[in-house]
Design a protein around this ligand. Sequence first.
Ligand SMILES: Nc1ncnc2c1ncn2[C@@H]1O[C@H](COP(=O)(O)OP(=O)(O)O)[C@@H](O)[C@H]1O
Ligand SMILES: [Mg+2]
Length: 380
Amino acid sequence: MLRFLSRQSTKKRNTGKESLYPERLIQLHNVGKAYKTQAGEFIALKDIELAIGAGEFVGVIGKSGSGKSTLINMIAGIDRPSAGEVYVGGTPIHSLDEGGMAKLRGHKLGIVFQFFQLLPVLTAIENVMLPMDFCKLYTRRERRERALYLLDLVGVAEHAYKPPSMLSGGEQQRVAVARALANDPPIILADEPTGNLDSKTAELVFQLFEELVLSGKTILLVTHDSDQAKRVNRAIIISDGEIFEEYLARTFPSLTERQLIWATSKLQLQKYHAGSIIVRQGEPADKFYIVTKGQVEVISPTPDGGQCVAAHIESGEYFGEIELLQGGASIATVRAPLDSEVEVAIMHYDTLNKLISESESTKKEIASVAQERLKDNHIH
Ligand SMILES: Nc1ncnc2c1ncn2[C@@H]1O[C@H](COP(=O)(O)OP(=O)(O)O)[C@@H](O)[C@H]1O
Ligand SMILES: [Mg+2]
C-alpha cells in the first residue's frame, strides 16, 4: 500500500488550480457568420465558443460544407464574423482595420491552404521571403538566409531557385509551410493542407506539423483524414456551422448532436500539474469531470488511517458526485498522478442535470458506471 501523505509533504505544494495554458492564444466568443446569397442569408457559423491554448494541436473535422474553412478564415482575418468576438494573442481582431489585420497576420499567423497558393512568378525562396519583406522583422540578408534555412527545415532546399510549377504537389506544400513559418509566428492555421496530396506525401507533410507542435507552435488543422484526426491532441467537430468536442461524443454516445453542441459551450478545459489535487476529500465536490488527457488517481483512506490509490480513471472516463460524494462532501481525493499532468473538462452539475433530464439512456449509462466503480474500487 502506498502512503501518499508523507511523499507529498516533501514535495513543493501545488495548488493545482494553475493552468498550463495560461495564455488563451485563440478565443472565439459567440461568433456567427452569415453569407448573403441570392436565396437569402446563409448561416455558415452559429454561436461558436472556442478557446485554444498555446501549444495545442487541434484538428477540425466535419463534412464538406459544414463551415471548417469559414471558421479558419474568421481566425485568419481573411473574412469577418457577422457577430461575436475573435481574439488572437489577446488582440480583438474583429475590430481591427485591414492594415491592422495584415500586420497581425504577418506576425502571429502562418497560414497553409489546400492548394498551396504560391505565387507562380516567384521562385520558392522568393515566396518564402515575401512575408518577411512585408513585416521587416529581419534584415534583407537575414531574410534570404532564413528562407533557405526554412526550405531546408521542410526538406526542399534544393528547389529554392525553382518556380512552383517545376515542383510536385508535396514539394509545393512544403514551400508553403516554410512560407507560413517565415516570421516565426506562434500560430499555424492549415486548411486541409494534405487534401490535395497522395497518401505518402500527405503523411510527410502531416509529420512536419507534428514536429512544429513539438517545437512549440500552436496548430489548428482542418482535415478530412480520420487517421490524422486521431493523432492530434484535440479534435473538434463542426456540423452545420456549430462545434462540439469529439471526446464528449465518445464519452456520451447517446447524446444527440444538438446536446453535444450545447454541452461543449458549457465546458471548461483545465490542466493539472503532476501530483496536484483536483477534488479533495471532505470538501464539497460540485462539478463533474471528464478526463480528456492522461489519467487521474482516486485516493482513498484505508482502515489503518493511511491512503491508497483505489482506482485510476482514464482518458474518456468521467467522475463526479455520484461516486465520490456522500452528504455533500467528497469521500475520496482525486489527483493527477505524481509523474504526469492531466487535462480534464469540467462541467457544472446544472449542465449535467439538464443533459440527464433530456436523455434517459445517458442517465442510465452514468448510473451504471458509478455502480461499477463503487463495487470495483471499494470506495465506501
Ligand atoms: N462566400 C460565400 N458565399 C455564400 N456561401 C458561402 C460562402 N463561403 C462559404 N459558403 C457556404 O458556407 C458553408 C460552409 O462553407 P465552408 O466553410 O467552405 O465549408 P467547409 O470548409 O467545411 O467545406 C457552405 O455551405 C458554403 O457553400
Ligand atoms: Mg473547406
